[in-house]
Design a protein around this ligand. Structure first.
Ligand SMILES: *[C@@H]1O[C@H](CO)[C@@H](O)[C@H](O)[C@H]1NC(C)=O
Ligand SMILES: [Ca+2]
Length: 331
């Protein structure tokens, strides 16, 4: 009888935990809405050759179905840049893209998604300027071999820069990256998406590469400071190696920030910074559930701690009972 009660209690605890997690994750994307002025959706063209809210530069070609930043041809550079500064404090940028080409073993170089101060500045970092101010999320398809890292390519990483850091291609940027993950996004039959979420100073990058309409976390880093008023952009480059780098859509969601107490603060003067950097030599994936606000994290930790205590107590009780039983049996 006692054991049945304990099992019921354990089951109830687990159900409660599962339900709580489901409740929290179901809040994802509620009250968020798409900002047309930061989004790029079909049909792209406005009147004539212009795209509303976007400028393009270099090899970029706009068709009815995609915006091709580079063709599968050597030594190309192209970019698109949003014309409107982003004044949202919390946001999520979702980009649907396609990287494909004839190369099976050799292809490159990749593309980068920017939230940066300067726009329309071609340069050596995947088609955009080095020593940038802001955030770069880099989808690097080519491993520059001399790197001290031990990951495979294609590889997604993020870099925060206040204008002082150089992106080092020879090390595939591992010396300046916040975090990263491997992601096989090239030459796929189905749609590939990346989500960059910046909420309550936490940067979370997720991917949907399996066409499951579900995000898989690539990494999440806390204590990232980014100002408001920067521009979104996407740039790509080819060198000796090449690929088609195509953007199918860009959707920017302003996130509901009612949980943020510091909402009133002026964020336009913030200097981009990050507290935690990855050590360049040890690549360790350490994903944390951090699309959650502080209160939610606290509640989760509280419930988790209580559940662990309950489980430990029940476990000890089971163990003691088992010990008693075995003693009874053998002596
Ligand atoms: C810019 O970043 C570098 C490297 O992270 C740091 O050493 C420097 O103090 C920063 N400068 C400012 C003005 O924040
Ligand atoms: Ca590279």
């Amino acid at each position: 009888m006692q054991i049945i009660k304990e099992i019921l209690c354990l089951g109830w605890c687990c159900l409660f935990i599962i339900e709580f997690f489901a409740m929290v994750s179901a809040e994802w994307n509620t009250n968020d809405y798409m900002k047309r002025e930061h989004s790029l959706i079909r049909p792209y063209q406005g009147s004539g050759m212009t795209i509303p809210y976007w400028d393009f530069v270099g090899s970029t070609l706009v068709t009815n179905n995609y915006v091709r930043l580079t063709p599968d041809v050597q030594s190309q550079q192209g970019a698109i840049w949003n014309t409107v500064q982003c004044n949202a404090r919390n946001w999520e940028l979702q980009v649907q893209f396609k990287v494909h080409g004839k190369g099976t073993d050799l292809f490159g170089d990749g593309f980068a998604i920017w939230y940066a101060k300067d726009r329309m500045k071609p340069g050596p970092v995947f088609g955009s300027k080095d020593f940038f101010h802001g955030l770069g999320v880099i989808l690097d398809t080519y491993s520059n071999h001399n790197g001290p890292h031990n990951h495979q390519h294609p590889y997604i990483s993020a870099m925060i820069n206040n204008g002082s850091l150089h992106y080092d291609h020879d090390r595939d940027g591992t010396n300046t990256q916040l975090a990263g993950c491997e992601a096989k996004f090239r030459n796929l039959e189905y749609d590939t998406h990346i989500s960059i979420r910046y909420e309550s100073d936490t940067l979370t990058v997720s991917t949907d590469m399996a066409s499951k309409a579900a995000w898989k976390e690539c990494f999440s880093v806390k204590e990232i400071k980014l100002p408001t008023g920067y521009f979104f952009g996407i740039s790509a480059t080819t060198g000796d190696l090449s690929d088609n780098h195509e953007i199918l859509s860009v959707k920017l969601f302003e996130l509901d920030s009612s949980n943020d107490l510091k909402d009133e603060e002026d964020r336009s003067k913030i200097i981009p910074s990050a507290t935690f950097f990855e050590s360049p030599r040890d690549h360790v994936d350490d994903p944390k559930p951090s699309s959650l606000s502080g209160v939610k994290i606290f509640l989760l930790m509280l419930v988790g701690a209580l559940a662990i205590i309950a489980c430990v107590v029940i476990g000890i009780m089971f163990y003691q009972k088992h010990q008693e039983n075995s003693r009874k049996r053998f002596y």
